[in-house]
Design a protein around this ligand. Structure first.
Ligand code: IMP
Length: 388
């Protein structure tokens, strides 16, 4: 059954570990949007692995990994992931339509963040590469097939299109890097592969619904469509290819970067949740802002994405708290008494403390969508799987 896992809030919901857990049932795992601004974390035997471009399922030997046409690819990051994870060429398919993040994109992103245009980006060149894509001067993976001199000309044209002074970039070195990349993965029509296969596909969303350029908290958003439409268009498949949508939420909410966050908590309590939950950006290491779960926001995201099931991560983090709150709407906030016990070894719902079970069931009741996966510790496979 072809399945999408996507973020319901502002990213960092723990999609990586959910993908890693369900990946054994799939042949293809596909990233469709975003780029190296994402950081999807998996913890195996206490060791932390963060993927930024390749799908989180990369560790599963049978899985073929696809970087779809909606993605923006930083060649340095992809090369480093290919080396770190020792990725065999026959496992990695990159869309020829995917755009390449160029050195000047990162430079511009960084410069803007220092001035009046700041929104708290990851400074990975994501905004500028999408601007250039829309301007139609962008460089795509397919351009790695042209000769080195043609590519240098194209790069120079892209560079000039920004019309302001930037540090000169050594294009020859950059072209060499690009050519190295083209030998290490299959640059191809991934839309065709995914559209024609009968093997099961897992689509891995990046960022979250509230960071969507259309539906999110504009202008404090990323530059891609992070909701279901972005998966369809970014993977280059028909909506009929999707059989199930799993929305990923955390038991509380976090946001990194600037912008509105109406259940945000400040002070000692926020610091405590941040420490217990290790809420620091997996890519940028920035401390994440912390707040309560907001059911009104979650409900909207469920409707928008056509969510069939929810995965809830980090329930164990709430074990540290005396009191837990959940926002229903402007007039209602539910307050739960903390259960204050270690739930990290629980693998069946009936063994959860009564308070934790009540927390999950109450949320499910309001949202009217089943919560089928609950993570109870950072370690791989430490989940309560209610699909069984
Ligand atoms: P950009 O995507 O780097 O342009 O950043 C735009 C906004 O999206 C900033 O608030 C970032 O912190 C946020 N953002 C981008 N990618 C992620 C992610 O993977 N997780 C959480 N926040 C993200």
């Amino acid at each position: 059954m072809n399945t999408v896992v996507l973020g319901i809030s502002w990213g960092d919901e723990g999609k990586g570990r959910i993908i890693d857990y369900i990946a054994p049932n799939f042949k293809y795992v596909v990233r469709a949007n975003g780029g190296a601004n994402a950081g999807h974390t998996i913890i195996v035997n206490g060791e932390k692995y963060v993927t930024r471009l390749v799908p989180s399922a990369i560790m599963h030997p049978h899985v073929k990994c696809v970087l779809g046409q909606g993605m923006v690819i930083d060649p340095e990051v992809l090369l480093s992931e290919i080396n770190t994870f020792n990725i065999n060429k026959n496992k990695l398919f990159v869309s020829e339509n995917a755009h390449i993040v160029l050195p000047w994109h990162k430079y511009i992103d960084e410069m803007r963040e220092g001035g009046e245009y700041r929104i708290g980006t990851t400074k990975k060149g994501i905004g500028p590469v999408h601007e250039e894509k829309a301007r139609r001067t962008g460089i795509r993976m397919v351009d790695l097939r042209i000769s080195a001199s043609e590519l240098e000309n194209k790069l120079a044209k892209s560079y000039r299109s920004w019309w302001f002074d930037m540090e000169p970039v050594n294009q020859t070195a950059f072209v060499k890097n690009l050519q190295a990349l083209s030998e290490k993965c299959n640059i191809t029509d991934t839309s065709e592969i995914l559209s024609n296969t009968n093997e099961p596909i897992l689509f891995e969303g990046a960022q979250g619904t509230m960071l969507d350029i259309n539906s999110g908290t504009y202008p404090y958003v990323t530059s891609s469509v992070t909701t279901i439409g972005g998966i369809i268009s970014g993977a280059g498949v028909s909506h009929k290819k999707i059989n199930k949508v799993i929305g990923c939420i955390k038991s509380y909410t976090t946001r990194v970067g600037d912008g509105p966050f109406n259940t945000e908590i400040q002070g000692e309590l926020a610091d405590k949740i941040r420490e217990v939950g290790n809420e620091y950006g997996s890519v940028t290491k920035r401390p994440r802002r912390v707040g309560w779960l907001d059911l009104e926001q979650v409900k909207r995201a469920i409707v928008l994405n056509g969510v069939d099931e929810l995965a809830m991560t980090k329930l164990d983090v709430l074990s540290a708290l005396d009191e837990i709150k959940v926002r229903v709407d402007d007039s209602q906030m539910i307050v739960f008494k903390g259960w204050k016990s270690d739930i990290s070894s629980v693998r069946a719902f009936e063994y959860l403390p009564a308070g934790a079970a009540r927390f999950v069931r109450t949320i499910e009741g309001y949202l009217e969508v089943p919560i089928t996966l609950i993570s109870v510790s950072p370690e791989r496979n430490s989940l309560i799987d209610l699909r069984k």
